[in-house]
Every structure is written in structure tokens, then in C-alpha cells.
Design a binder for this molecule. Structure first.
Ligand SMILES: [Zn+2]
Length: 111
């Protein structure tokens, strides 16, 4: 049966096998800080606080909110008739909601 995770010794091996600093940093971020690959790739030097040894991870989640153009009732994707006003949904208003959250992680955290 395949394992879904790596042992600390295996992570150390992967880290050692990285041929350059960028890859080693990526591996370190992914395994030790537990961030997603998209989050790790979005990191900039500005996100790293060298004085406090922390890394600031930005989450950017986009959610589409649909609402009735007639009464403003929230709609699901499968709705054909508006549960609010009962009208047939011609075109729903799509509104993109962006949720920006931050997570600050200690950069020197070694497990
Ligand atoms: Zn409606």
C-alpha cells in the first residue's frame, strides 16, 4: 500500500536531493510549513520577515456568487426559477467575491 505521507528522514533526503536553493526552499516550505504549492509559488521576498523569522502566506480564494437580477435572491447554479420571486432566471448576476486571508508561519519551524 502506498503511503500518503513521507517520513521526516525521507523529507530530509528529498531536500538534500534538490540541486538548487530555490527547489530546496520550495520543498522546505511544502513539508515543514504545510503550505500548498500555489501558496509557495506565490511567495515573494516581501512575504518573508527576516527579523522575526516568519513567512506570510496569502490565501486568495475566489468564489462566484449568483443572485437574481430581479429580487437579489441568492441562487445556486442549478436554479431555473428564482426561489425568491418565482421568476424564470434569464441571466443571473454573477459577482466575484475574493477572500483574502493571511497566515503567518514561523520560518524556522523544523519538525
Ligand atoms: Zn428573484
Amino acid at each position: 500500500m502506498a503511503k500518503a505521507y513521507l517520513e521526516p528522514e525521507e523529507i530530509a533526503l528529498v531536500e538534500k536531493a534538490a540541486s538548487n536553493l530555490r527547489d530546496r526552499l520550495l520543498i522546505h516550505l511544502l513539508f515543514h510549513l504545510g503550505c500548498r504549492i500555489s501558496e509557495a509559488l506565490a511567495l515573494a521576498v516581501d512575504n518573508i520577515d527576516f527579523d522575526n523569522a516568519t513567512v506570510c502566506i496569502l490565501h486568495l480564494k475566489t468564489r462566484l456568487k449568483l443572485s437574481c437580477s430581479n429580487c437579489g435572491q441568492r441562487l445556486g447554479r442549478s436554479h431555473t426559477f428564482c426561489p425568491g420571486c418565482g421568476g424564470k432566471i434569464g441571466k443571473a448576476q454573477a459577482e466575484e467575491q475574493q477572500h483574502r486571508r493571511q497566515r503567518v508561519l514561523p520560518a524556522d519551524c523544523v519538525t
